[in-house]
Design a protein around this ligand. Structure first.
Ligand code: G4P
Ligand code: NA
Ligand code: NA
Length: 193
């Protein structure tokens, strides 16, 4: 998606450790018009599919997923939680994932009320790096017997391999910008053609 690549090139900054900072428009300050265009792009890509629900993970995925939902007939958006809430009401699907990016393990939790065997899920998230967070979301869908129809990602760090792994597994993955290389010293970002 040209518009997103341009924003990354113009406003993104490359930090040491292969971290791209895009908090001016994606995950601190949110550019709603850009989110809306991203939602339209996913709607076009996944047009042939029936989506009953969008699944994401807190925190940065939520805003993007909610705007995207407006392009999928206002389907509900469920976000997985990363911390056990104090109010436990009934059963939950739980898994644990280790984030290489953040160098820590965290739980991924969704109430059984909100993920069902009849659901056709579109997973949405802001970043795809090694893909551990996504693997956790997919696992919860499998636990629920829900069908993962597709995965929509804003920015895939292609050089970290999570996306190519999911494609090899047969998932319909639509990343709107795929970065093949970036350099903290020069600040350069190279997109996959
Ligand atoms: P991992 O397996 O390497 O840990 O990567 P994964 O794709 O699971 O992403 C883990 C978390 O790290 C995600 O945050 C993702 O958004 C974030 N992340 C990965 N690479 C980058 C990067 O280059 N820049 C930025 N800004 N974030 C990155 P999350 O679990 O969704 O948490 P939250 O930040 O949304 O709260
Ligand atoms: Na995220
Ligand atoms: Na994030």
């Amino acid at each position: 998606m040209k518009e997103l690549e341009e924003r990354i090139a113009r406003e993104g900054t490359v930090k040491p450790g292969n971290v791209l900072k895009v908090d001016a428009f994606l995950n601190h300050q949110c550019d709603v018009a850009l989110f809306n265009a991203m939602g339209a792009a996913w709607a076009k890509h996944f047009a042939g599919k029936t989506i009953t629900k969008i699944l994401t993970i807190e925190a940065s995925g939520i805003g993007i997923a909610c705007i995207a939902a407006q392009h999928f007939g206002d389907v509900p958006v469920v976000f997985a939680k990363k911390a056990q809430s104090i109010n436990l009401d009934g059963d939950q699907y739980v898994t644990r994932v280790f984030s290489f990016t953040k160098q820590k393990e965290f739980p991924v939790i969704v109430s059984k009320k909100f993920l069902n065997a009849g659901d056709h899920i579109l997973i949405i998230d802001d970043f795809l790096a090694n893909g551990q967070a996504l693997a956790g979301l997919i696992e919860l869908c499998e636990d629920a017997g829900a069908t993962v129809e597709g995965i929509g990602i804003a920015i895939e760090k292609g050089f970290q391999g999570g996306g190519d792994g999911l494609r090899a597994e047969g998932y319909d993955l639509d990343s709107l910008a795929i970065i093949d290389a970036m350099d903290a010293e020069t600040g350069s970002v190279t997109f996959r053609a």
